[in-house]
Design a protein around this ligand. Structure first.
Ligand code: FE
Length: 300
């Protein structure tokens, strides 16, 4: 069966382009790319044309996740899988592909209505190396592990788990059983498709937005440190303090972005185990600072 190889790009709706420009470049360190389209701008993290598209329409939520397959044969095979599993989809036109800077594209929704785009052939700007928005010690970790990971809304975690595994060829299950205040247990699911521990996760319970956070990883721990300092200097709200997850073992913290959802910024993750495990708490840290869309201490 054709399998997703990476979480390759992210599209989000935003309301405040000015705030996003300052945040993405000066806080996160990404490169801002405005090609004059008017209704969208791009963020670069590596030699891809872009990894994140910001669509300016005031909605401040997820627009789509771009999930990569290896090539045209795999995209065709994915079409067959979707048909067999009776998942509705549309084939992207040449215009759609040009807009996303890919060679081929299928548009669909996951069982919770989250818009997905399965694509192959991203536009690589090999002559335009990544130019960070501010000084960085290292660079973003992308490559075969994709953009990072994200937690999205799932109304039915079992349906989502089956969809991402049986239809899209990812592997994963419930990885945490976390007791949270109020006597509840949160049981998030984590799906992986490459050497990154997980690419898509869900199961935090009811969420106002479709996206909870995007995790971006950097090569140097010093970049996590200076970003933490910049966040404090600029009074960017921190949602979860520095800590280390049990699953990806990454040193990270979570901060709010201008759209109200979170960016997790980290370094030093371990590669995927390729077999399932579960945990009841994190290694250390990750103190819950502010109510953050269903998140509890160490739950991510
Ligand atoms: Fe995370």
């Amino acid at each position: 069966m054709a399998k997703i190889t990476e979480f390759g790009y992210l599209g989000v709706y935003i309301s405040d382009a000015k705030a996003w420009k300052e945040y993405a470049t000066q806080v996160v360190g990404m490169e801002w790319l405005d090609e004059g389209e008017g209704d969208r701008v791009y963020l670069r993290m590596d030699e891809w044309h872009h990894r994140i598209a910001l669509h300016i329409n005031g909605k401040d939520d997820l627009a789509y996740l771009g999930l990569r397959v290896a090539g045209p044969d795999e995209l065709k095979e994915m079409e067959e899988q979707l048909k067999r599993m009776e998942v509705p989809f549309t084939v992207g036109s040449e215009e759609d592909c040009d807009e996303r800077h890919v060679l081929g594209l299928l548009k669909l929704e996951d069982p919770s209505g989250n818009p997905l785009e399965i694509f192959h052939g991203p536009h690589i700007e090999a002559s335009m190396p990544f130019y960070p928005g501010r000084r960085m010690f290292g660079k973003f970790v992308t490559g075969s592990g994709g953009i990072g990971h994200t937690i999205i809304r799932a109304d039915n975690v079992d349906a989502s788990q089956q969809f991402y595994s049986r239809v899209l060829g990812m592997r994963g299950t419930m990885e945490y059983k976390l007791a949270v205040p109020g006597g509840h247990t949160v049981k998030p699911y984590f799906m992986h498709c490459n050497d990154r521990d997980h690419s898509i996760a869900f199961g935090l319970g009811p969420m106002e937005k479709r996206i909870n956070h995007l995790m971006v990883e950097v090569t140097e721990i010093d970049d996590v440190g200076i970003t933490y300092e910049i966040v404090k200097q600029r009074e960017v709200p921190i949602a979860i303090t520095l800590g280390k997850h049990s699953n990806d073992r990454m040193l990270s913290f979570y901060m709010r972005n201008p759209s109200g959802w979170l960016i997790e910024y980290g370094a030093g993750s371990r590669p995927a185990t390729y077999q399932t495990e579960y945990y009841t708490k994190d290694v250390w840290g990750h103190e819950f600072v502010e109510p953050a869309m269903g998140m509890s201490r160490g739950s991510l």
